[in-house]
Design a protein around this ligand. Structure first.
Ligand code: SF4
Length: 376
């Protein structure tokens, strides 16, 4: 089972913390859609003839800037050129201000069966601070409408660790989210990424930096409420009602094959990683010639092992030490015995039989713990 990712590189406004690839100019939108469709047609051989697509993911940018005709045309191309599983998960990332009743009905009609809505906060002041294009009321309204028209598979995104977001308000936000008609929550810590307006505003002294103590307190609240509501915390930033995992994201973590089309999209064919050029202009220029629109890197054994460790430790399933030892001749439990003992004593790591996983507390340090176990 394989995944297909479609990157729509346009947004109405630039959220100040965002380092994804997008443009706020829509002048090339029409040409972009036809070029993405072109890329879809000539990259179909990325998959073997028997590979079935089990998840399609519209990400961005903001896919909900697309018209229904454009979405229908893209999906029509996918169904014409690829072998698509009949129970395919089709996720559509969207912003609340785009989701009126007619648009939501249209999405359902063209076959979208999972929404990922960028709610981020239920507080208008915080939304303004982040330069989001929507307000809290639009989020509440679109969630209510989606439920009314029978869209049941809904994920929302929230951001925590904002320097002025109190613990009490974050508690209320998460509590409100878990009481909504959704089955999945992705919650991200605010970070300062290179080349974002946020880092510039911090450097100019106009905005505060994120604070680790605030972020970790917010994380504890999130995990506590997730447990109280009996949701599953199945990946560092991902929570769901029992077994309502994101099929598409899980395929990344499980090392499955996926093709990404559109500027900046990444692909993986089990051995080689590919990434498309992160510029709308270059993408439109190069794709028609079929040249120079992506770069690639063949993963060597240590890259593959390190990715297994990193992605495995970020999930609640952890890593199978016996399998790593068999597949890569790399016996982590012997090589890092003292480090692992220390983390176990801090209650960050649990080892049962041959499985190593991070506790809820350890997950906050997942990337650091994983990096110390890497093969050089
Ligand atoms: S809408 Fe999403 S992709 Fe666009 S700027 Fe905001 S966070 Fe980034």
């Amino acid at each position: 089972m394989s995944g297909l990712y479609i990157h729509i590189p346009f947004c109405k406004k630039a959220c100040f913390y965002c380092d994804f690839h997008f443009s706020v100019s829509f002048s090339m939108k029409e040409k972009m859609i036809s070029t993405i469709i072109d890329e879809l047609t000539f990259r179909k051989d990325f998959f073997d003839p028997n590979d079935r697509i089990s998840s399609i993911y519209f990400g961005g940018g903001t896919p909900s800037v697309l018209s229904m005709q454009e979405i229908d045309k893209i999906l029509g191309t996918v169904f014409n050129y690829y072998l698509v599983d009949k129970n395919v998960e089709i996720t559509f990332e969207c912003n609340p201000d785009d989701l009126d009743k007619e648009y939501l009905k249209g999405l359902k009609f063209v076959g979208v069966n999972r929404l990922s809505i960028g709610v981020q906060s239920f507080n208008d002041e915080h939304l303004k601070w982040m330069n989001r294009s929507h307000n809290a009321n639009q989020s509440l309204k679109c969630l209510e409408t989606a439920a009314q028209i029978g869209l049941k598979n809904i994920s929302i995104d929230l951001i925590y660790g904002l320097p002025h977001l109190s613990d009490d308000e974050w508690y209320k936000t998460v509590n409100q989210a878990f009481n909504m008609p959704i089955n999945h929550l992705s919650a991200y810590i605010l970070t300062m990424e290179e080349n974002t307006p946020y880092i510039k505003l911090v450097n100019q002294g106009k905005y505060d930096k994120p604070n680790d103590d605030i972020s970790s307190k917010h994380y504890q609240i999130l995990v506590q409420l997730s447990n109280e509501f009996r949701w599953e915390h199945y990946e560092v930033s991902s929570f769901c009602k029992p077994s309502n995992y994101s099929r598409h994201n899980s395929s990344y973590w499980n090392g499955k094959k996926y093709l990404g089309v559109g500027p900046s999209a990444h692909s993986f064919d089990s051995k080689i990683r590919y990434w498309n050029v992160s510029s709308n202009k270059s993408y439109l220029e190069y794709v028609p010639s079929r040249e120079n629109f992506f770069e690639s890197e063949e993963l060597n054994i240590s890259n593959r092992l390190n990715e297994n460790i990193m992605t495995g430790l970020r999930t609640k399933w952890g890593i199978d030490l016996g399998k790593l030892s068999k597949d890569y001749k790399y016996d982590i439990s012997n090589l890092f015995h003292d480090d692992i003992k220390y983390w176990v004593s801090l209650d960050w790591v649990e080892i049962k039989d041959s499985n190593m996983r991070l506790t809820d507390e350890g997950m906050l340090f997942a990337d650091h713990i994983a990096s110390t176990l890497f093969m050089n």
